[in-house]
Design a protein around this ligand. Structure first.
Ligand code: FES
Length: 107
């Protein structure tokens, strides 16, 4: 298996209803992850991008959160509508999408 250029970790953490930290699962992280996988398949970009689910990344308030390495860019409040731009600009193009990036005080 070739080493991908970028690795995306998508928080799909679940917590019980009413938990004080909430969760990315409660903020539609699973449909987001499925959308990312579908875009990966559509683009057949398996040699450039790997996408996997993850547990809590820390800043739950801003979920759904995803983290992209090797740059270490944390994205927050990502929606399925953001997926094509994420692929085009960052995951394949190498330029982070600033409007989705976590505030510097968060990460
Ligand atoms: S639950 Fe997703 S970052 Fe904490």
């Amino acid at each position: 298996m070739p080493r991908p250029t970028r690795q995306v970790f998508v928080c799909t953490q679940q917590r019980p209803p009413g938990h004080p930290r909430g969760s990315c699962a409660a903020k539609a992280a699973t449909p987001l992850l499925q959308g990312l996988w579908a875009e990966l398949q559509k683009r057949q970009a398996y040699e450039q991008v790997a996408i996997t689910y993850a547990g809590c990344l820390g800043p739950c308030d801003g979920g759904p959160n995803l983290l992209v390495y090797p740059e270490g860019v944390l994205y927050q409040r990502v929606t399925p509508e953001d997926i094509p731009e994420l692929f085009e600009r960052h995951l394949l193009g190498g330029e982070p999408v600033e409007r989705l990036r976590a505030d510097a005080s968060t990460w």
